[in-house]
Structures are given as structure tokens and as C-alpha cells.
Design a protein around this ligand. Structure first.
Ligand SMILES: Cc1ncc(COP(=O)(O)O)c(C=O)c1O
Length: 382
């Protein structure tokens, strides 16, 4: 990692001009295999499941931005989380936040337990809950902060302190904040995970996932898992994300500015009964948000009162698109109960507060007047 500032590293780290041609962009190496120079003699690359120069560049870039020793790119965020739990063995126990992305809950309740790994889901916003859930067999604590979609924060440093007393590694899904606003490794976490599909890529045109760690032993494991299970990121999608990452700093600044304005607008709107955004002084963890993050981002959830109202709103938007996903340059709005959290049971959704009237918006970087105008005309219809 170089000692340059964040925006400089996002443009240059892992991405030196091509030594052969001087091309300033990392070439797209569409090759599955490489010419060897002799038996067991190669130029650094043998086969693209193991490594590929375009993917290497992306992994180096993301490791630099998160402050890790290595990055490991996978075909999607879910593939990265699946790779993360291959660190574990039969009988091991994982503590996971109870309000994480629905796909993570689905993987941890419907797939991985079949392989003899046990899970406890707790509200990690209170470190004491994590403390109480620790067993002698606990081998990983996985948290998401802020959570999707309720924007509940977990104190990364407090969780890392508790877990490290027991020798348990902590992984953090940093998808919502990106390393521009939050760097979990600096706060004591051992592994950072991203769905690069979101802010890191930023253009809603490719899937991807990454694990970054500052522990050489985890790096070794993840490298081995990439080679063994093969769920790695393609060269083309690595190239797309590299292109997206170059503008991460400037995009995140604009997302944050627009996010703050949309949250303030929604907070005073008579048809919105509640707004979930860590940048509002009314957010119960506003102080933690200011301490742990250097911005608040552009993910906001708000309560429209009923499924009917939410449906009317989602049908009425014109600039904002009704669609899943987040973190792209365009504003997206979605109904959490039937999209990201459709696989979570209605009882569990009710328990954690994902109501039928809850809507999530990923505020893009369009002109703020157009975003607010669109919300204004759409809210007038509910
Ligand atoms: C916070 C978070 N983590 C992980 C994922 C999964 O990522 P992917 O869709 O790239 O598999 C998502 C997807 O929405 C997400 O929002």
C-alpha cells in the first residue's frame, strides 16, 4: 500500500501503467491460460482460476483502499461470503448480526448449516449480546454496519475487542459505506467483505464480491479457496470494477451530499412517519456514526405506513428507478420486505422491524433538485 491519499490510491494502487505498452489502464487479460517458460517455470501466471493480471490489479487496489495485506475477488458478494465460511469446519459456531442482508441470512440458515456449522443470530448493536452468544466453538463473528435496510450500526471496535479476548476473528460487511467512509480493519476487524456490485463498482453493470484481510493466515486461506472452489471474479468484471473504483472518492462525496439532503427532506415530510439514516441527529446511534464513519452515505430507509402506500410510491417515481440493488450512480428505490428480505420469514421481519410499508432508497448522484422533485410528486400520490 502506498502512503498517498485515498483518491490517489483509488486511481493508482495496483494499476501502474502496463510495462509492455505503457497503457495507463490495466489491460483486460481475457485468457484462461499462460505460456510457461519450462517445467515449473512461469512468469507469475499459470491458469486464470488461480490468478489473472486484471483480477490481481483489482485485488491489490481494494486491499490498498481497505488497508489490508491482500484482497480476494469472487463472482458476487454472496460468493465472497460463502468463501468466508469455508474457513470453518464441522462443529464450528458463527455469530452473525440478526439484521444483515437477507441473502446472507438465507445462506447462513438454509445452506451452510447443512455442512455442520452452527449459527447464532444476535443484535450486534449491543456488544453484550455478542459476548453472551460466544461459545468455546465460536470461530467467526460476522457483522454488517450499517445494516440493510434499517441502518442500525454496530460498534466495530467494541465487537473486535470482545472477540479478540476469545481469539475470534471478526468480519465486517462494508458494502453500504465503502472504504471511503468506513475502514473496519483500522477499527480492529480482521476481514472486510464487500458486494463490489454496489458502491465500489458504482455503475450497476457487473456483479462481484471481495474479501480483504490484514492477517496473512486468512489471506492464505482465501487464496487457497479461490483456487479450490473457483468462484472467482472474471477478468472483465474485475476490469469494470477497477474502472469504477477510480471515481469512488468523488462519487461517495456526492452520494453523501445527496443522501443528507434526501434524509432531511423525508424527515420533515408529513406522509413519512420514520426515517432511518445515521446522518440524522435523531438516529439513536448518531454519535457512533460520527465516530466510526467519515460520512453517512446515501442509503436511507423510510416508513410509508402500509404496503399499499409503498406500492403507490414505487409506481409513481420517474427519475428514481424501482429496482433492487444499490450503490450505483442512479437512484434506486425498493420494497425491502419483498426484495432483499423476501427470504426472511414474515415473523422474523416483523421482529426486526422490516414492515410492509418500509421502503429503501439508494440515493444516486443525479441533480439533487430532480431527486427531491421526483420524491415530492411521488409522495403526493400516496
Ligand atoms: C450488504 C450486502 N451484502 C451482500 C450482498 C450480496 O452481494 P451480491 O448481490 O453481489 O451477491 C448484498 C446485495 O444486495 C448486500 O446489500
Amino acid at each position: 500500500m502506498s502512503t498517498f491519499g485515498f483518491a490517489t490510491r483509488a486511481i493508482h494502487d495496483g494499476q501502474a501503467p502496463d510495462p509492455r505498452t505503457g497503457a495507463v489502464n490495466v489491460p483486460l487479460y481475457l485468457t484462461s491460460t499462460y505460456q510457461l517458460e519450462g517445467i515449473e517455470k512461469h512468469r507469475g501466471w499459470e491458469y486464470s482460476r488461480v490468478s489473472n493480471p486484471t483480477r490481481d490489479a483489482l485485488e491489490a487496489s481494494l486491499a490498498s483502499l481497505e488497508g489490508g495485506v491482500s484482497g480476494h475477488a469472487f463472482a458476487s458478494g454472496m460468493a465472497a461470503i460463502a468463501a468466508l465460511v469455508t474457513m470453518l469446519k464441522v462443529g464450528d459456531h458463527v455469530i452473525c448480526g440478526d439484521n444483515v442482508y437477507g441473502g446472507t441470512t438465507r445462506l447462513f440458515t438454509q445452506v451452510i448449516p447443512h455442512h455442520g456449522i452452527e449459527f447464532s443470530f444476535v443484535d450486534t448493536s449491543n456488544p453484550e449480546n455478542v459476548c453472551r452468544a460466544i461459545r468455546p466453538t465460536t470461530k467467526l463473528v460476522h457483522i454488517e454496519t450499517p445494516t440493510n435496510p434499517l441502518m442500525i450500526l454496530t460498534d466495530i471496535r467494541a465487537i473486535a475487542d470482545v472477540c479478540h479476548q476469545h481469539g475470534i476473528p471478526v468480519s465486517v460487511d462494508n458494502t453500504f459505506m465503502s472504504p471511503y467512509f468506513q475502514r473496519p480493519l483500522e477499527l480492529g476487524a480482521d476481514i472486510v467483505m464487500h458486494s463490489t456490485t454496489k458502491f465500489l463498482n458504482g455503475h450497476s453493470d457487473g456483479l462481484g464480491g471481495v474479501l480483504v484481510t490484514n492477517k496473512p493466515e486468512h489471506a492464505e486461506t482465501f487464496r487457497f479457496v479461490q483456487k479450490c472452489t473457483g468462484g472467482i471474479l472474471s477478468p472483465f468484471e474485475s476490469w469494470l470494477i477497477l474502472r469504477g473504483v477510480k471515481t469512488l472518492a468523488v462519487r461517495m462525496r456526492q452520494h453523501d451530499e445527496n443522501g443528507r439532503q434526501v434524509a432531511a427532506y423525508l424527515a420533515q415530510h408529513p406522509k413519512v412517519s420514520k426515517v432511518f439514516y445515521p446522518g440524522l441527529a435523531s438516529h439513536p446511534q448518531y454519535e457512533l456514526a460520527k465516530r466510526q464513519m467519515s460520512g453517512f452515505g446515501s442509503m436511507i430507509a423510510f416508513e410509508t405506513g402500509s404496503r399499499e402506500n409503498a406500492d403507490k410510491l414505487l409506481r409513481a417515481v420517474r427519475v428514481i428507478t424501482n429496482g433492487e440493488s444499490l450503490g450505483g450512480v442512479e437512484s434506486l428505490i425498493s420494497h425491502s420486505a419483498t426484495t432483499t428480505h423476501a427470504s426472511v420469514s414474515p415473523e422474523e421481519r416483523q421482529r426486526i422491524g422490516i414492515t410492509e410499508g418500509l421502503v429503501r432508497i439508494s440515493v444516486g448522484i443525479e441533480d439533487i433538485g430532480d431527486i427531491l422533485g421526483d420524491l415530492d410528486q411521488a409522495l403526493a400520490k400516496i
